[in-house]
Design a binder for this molecule. Sequence first.
Ligand code: FES
Length: 181
Amino acid sequence: MEPVSYTFTESEIAEIQRHLSKYPDKRSAVMPALWIAQEKFGWLSEEAIKLVADTIDIPYAHVYGVASFYTMYFKEKVPEHLIEVCTCFTCGEMGGKEMLDYVKEKIGADARGFGKDGKIWARAAECLGACDTAPVCQITNRRYVHQLTKAKVDELIAKLEKGEEIPYERIPLTDQSIIDD
Ligand code: FES
């Protein structure tokens, strides 16, 4: 395997500079810069975190502190696709835990949640803020899938395995007449 070269391209640096220019304190640009690094390298190794620290010119310890605080930043090499199933409050009541178990069983997850084929992993999420369409999951920090069922999980995993885009779901809004009355 090719050794990874820990550098940003000119356009990635320009993007980080754009974020830096929005804030009076450059520490505010750490999160978007980490995001750019994670998108590029797949996860945040020590070298990737150091690259962000050097690019923004702030201490490594500060950048590491931010990266280690948020679960959306991956601090170990992980499979490409993450299925994060909410098992919190409402989703827990609506079968979130069963859905997570089903996802893990389907992908043949090990103790870390990493699937057998090395492409998909799964873990529990805290509330994703979409409780009214519980149970919910989020795919690799992006698209949500609502009102999960085993059939939906089957479809979702099949799409991820084929490298297909997960479609945006139109979800029913709360009945506004209840609020208007
Ligand atoms: S409890 Fe699952 S989205 Fe809120």
